[in-house]
Every structure is written in C-alpha cells, then in structure tokens.
Design a protein. Structure first.
Length: 437
C-alpha cells in the first residue's frame, strides 16, 4: 500500500467504522434500557395498585382487573398480572387460558425478567414480594414489548443506514481534501519529468505550509540545473570554438607532410585528427541532449516522419522502398530528439537495405517502434557492440560510426530501451526502440 491518499482514506475509514460500531452497540443497548426502565416504572405502579386492593380488602378479587385497568380484561392484550399466595393463584382475564410460570419472590424483594408470553409475545415481567395479613404474596405484572422492540429495531436500522451514508460521505470528502492538498506533489512530479525531458520551468503553485519546502526544493533544483547546464554548454562551445583554429592548422600541416612524401605519418595524424573532431562533435551533441531552456514540442510521428521518409526516398532513389505504419496519438516527448533518433535509424537502415525498409510505430503514452531492413544484417556476436562510440562494422561504408551512438544517447536520456536482432521477415537488421512517456 504505497498510495498516501489510499492509506489516509483507509485509516480514517477504519476509525469511522470503529466509531460506528461503538454507536451501533450504544443504539442496541441504550434504547432498550430506556424502554425497559419506562415499562418497569409503569409495572411498578400497577403492582402497587394491586397490592393496595389486596390490603384494602373491600373489593372482590374478581374485580381487580377492572380496578387496575380494562386492558387487563381484554384477552391477549399484552398486559397481564398474576398474584400468588401459597396455593392460591389469581390471574388477569387477559391471560385467557394460559398462565405464566413464575417463582415466588420473598417479601420486600423484586425481580425483573423476560419470558415468552401468549401468542408468541415477548414479555417484560416485574415481580415483587409483599406480606398481606401475615402471609407472603407475590405480585407479577407483565407487558408485551414486541411492538416497542420492533419500533426500536426500525429506528436502529434507520440510524445505522444514515450513519453508514454519513461515513461514506465523510470518506469521499476526506479523499477529495487529501487529493486537493497533494496537488502540489503531483505538480512537483510533473516538473521533474519536464526537467528530464529538457524543460526548466519553475513550479507556480499554491501549496500548503507542510508541502511548501518540497516545492521550494524542486524550484531550486530546476534553477540549479538550468544554470549548470548553461555553464556546461558555454564551456563546450568555448572549447569547440577554441579548437577550430588549432585543428585547421594541424590539418594544413598534415597536408604539407603528405605533399613532402611522408604519407604514412600524414595518414596517422589525419586519423587522430578525425578522432578529435568526432569526440568534439559527440560531446557537443551530448550537451544538446542534456536538456533545453524550454521544453520542445510534442512528437507527432505522422507529421514528422513522413517528410523525413520523403527526403530519404529522394536521397536513396528508387533503390529502397520505405513502408511506414503509424498508430496512436502524439506523444509527450521532444520532437527534435525523436527526429534525430529516427533520422539516424532510418538512414542506417536505408544505407544497408537491398530494397526494403519497414517501420512500425505506436505512439501515445511514449513511443514504441520497430525498424527492419532486408540488408545483410549483423552477426550475432557483434550485436552487443552496436552503438559504441566510433564503432563501425564495415569500413567500406561512409561515416564516422556516430549514428547509432547518438541513437543510444537519445534513448538513454529518456530512460528508454533499444534492442538489436535479426528480422524474421526481411532477414536484415531489426531495431526495437521503446521511449517511455
């Protein structure tokens, strides 16, 4: 779990769910306790009323139900009483032909219990022991709680549903807040990617106090990189300019040696002079690839490669046919770098092809390409040496061996991948390039 957004949301969600569980337990206990206390208070009142009628003795016991309330007269009304004194038992008419099985309660004590009642009712029973005319009497009064429990259960479900929706809403709001708060981090990532691709534009974002140091550090890095790159380019330009005159003088001296008949020395010096020129050219090219003051335009292979292919067709004439297959949308990579990369690859393919060159390219989130030709190809043991500076596999072909080396520089700059092999269809060299977006 590497996403900070997901981690924070998960931790907050777990905390809210634990709080919700505690509230659910509270909803389960507190309303039930309140209902029970309320009902017990009423049952105590009815039990005291029955006891008063027993002590008074002026009213026939058969009329106790009416005295306490007509609801004790209605069969299965959910309100019942039972009076026990020795073997004598007096039940309310509402019990009809059923009875409650209860134990006697000693005088002065009380009990609260739950028991099933008639017709599947759920009864709360309040029992209390009295002493009437010296005899122990137990008066039990019961009430059906089914309707109240059903109402409380509906209330619990409704409240839990509302709380669950509230938790979901809180998590959504919290996720959006975190996402908004971390936007400067995303902007910093994009700024670093632009820096890799050659862009050196500082970040212009409003960041929270905790993230401001990160934004300032990235902007300092961008400024430092730009200054360092500019110094490097200026130094290389100065070196290149300073070497022009000495190299020209050396070239003239070499020509004079050749005219005097010392061709062996002249050829040796000319080879070393060319190596110096190649090195200077290569390092200047590396400096250009290191980045630009402003990011280059995106790469649209259709718009960029078709003119390049037309130029190569004019250069190599009808000897080579070039098939171009491009799919996808323009990629967010530098156009000039891609033109240099594919220009060298296609020029190399046309130079060695007998008659056919084929290019397959997919663009969008980066660039993936495959360039094949029907030339002689490269021996297996020499494939790994391709792209090394100055590496030439055939001295009879014009060039300095810098083309594939430049290609490797471009691919390396973008953190991409290049592979060489033999084409299974055209039987020449196959080059596979992947540039991440």
């Amino acid at each position: 779990m590497r996403s900070l957004k997901v981690r924070i949301t998960l931790l907050v969600g777990i905390s809210l769910l634990l709080l919700l569980a505690a509230q659910a337990v509270g909803l389960r206990i507190i309303p039930g306790a309140l209902v029970q206390d309320y009902v017990v208070t009423r049952l105590e009142h009815d039990a005291d009323t029955l006891y008063g009628r027993l002590v008074d003795g002026t009213e026939p016991v058969e009329l106790f139900s009416r005295t306490v309330g007509l609801i004790y007269e209605t069969p299965l009304s959910g309100h019942y009483f039972r009076i026990m004194s020795g073997d004598t038992v007096l039940r309310s008419r509402s019990l009809w032909d059923t009875d409650l099985t209860l134990e006697p309660v000693p005088p002065g004590e009380q009990r609260i219990s739950r028991a099933p009642g008639p017709a599947g009712q759920s009864l709360l029973i309040y029992s209390r022991g009295y002493r009437v005319q010296g005899e122990p009497v137990t008066i039990a009064v019961a009430e059906d709680l089914s309707a109240m429990e059903s109402t409380v259960a509906r209330l619990e479900r409704s409240l839990l549903t509302v709380m669950l929706l509230g938790v979901g809403l809180v998590l959504l709001i919290q996720y959006l807040i975190v996402q908004r708060a971390l936007r400067p981090v995303d902007a910093a990532v994009q700024a670093c990617r632009r820096l890799e691709a050659g862009g050196a534009a500082p970040m212009q974002v409003q960041a929270p106090r905790e993230i401001e140091p990160l934004v300032e550090a990235v902007n300092r890095l961008i400024r430092h990189h730009g200054l360092r790159l500019e110094r490097t380019r200026r130094a290389l330009g100065n070196v290149s300019h300073a070497l022009k005159t000495p190299l020209a003088v050396m070239s003239q001296i070499i020509d004079e040696l050749a005219e005097r008949g010392d061709r062996a020395s002249a050829d040796a010096l000319r080879a070393q002079l060319q190596a110096i020129r190649n090195t200077v050219e290569r390092e200047l090219h590396r400096a250009r690839l290191a980045g630009r003051d402003h990011p280059g335009a995106g790469f649209d292979a259709r718009a960029e490669l078709e003119p390049l292919v037309d130029a190569l067709r004019r250069l190599y004439g009808e000897r080579v046919s070039i098939a171009l297959d491009i799919e996808g949308e323009p990629a967010a990579v530098d156009s000039e770098d891609m033109l240099e990369l594919f220009g060298n690859l296609l020029d190399n393919a046309c130079k060695w092809a007998r008659s056919r060159v084929r290019v397959r390219l997919r663009q969008g989130a980066g660039v993936e390409a495959e360039i094949e030709d029907d030339g002689p190809g490269v021996e297996e043991d020499k494939l790994a040496r391709l792209g090394q500076p100055g590496m030439r596999l055939d001295e009879s072909t014009p060039g300095h061996g810098l083309g594939l080396s430049i290609v490797h520089d471009v691919v390396s700059q973008y953190g991409g991948e290049i592979r060489y092999g033999r084409s299974t269809e055209l039987h020449g060299l196959r080059v596979q390039v992947r540039i991440p977006g």
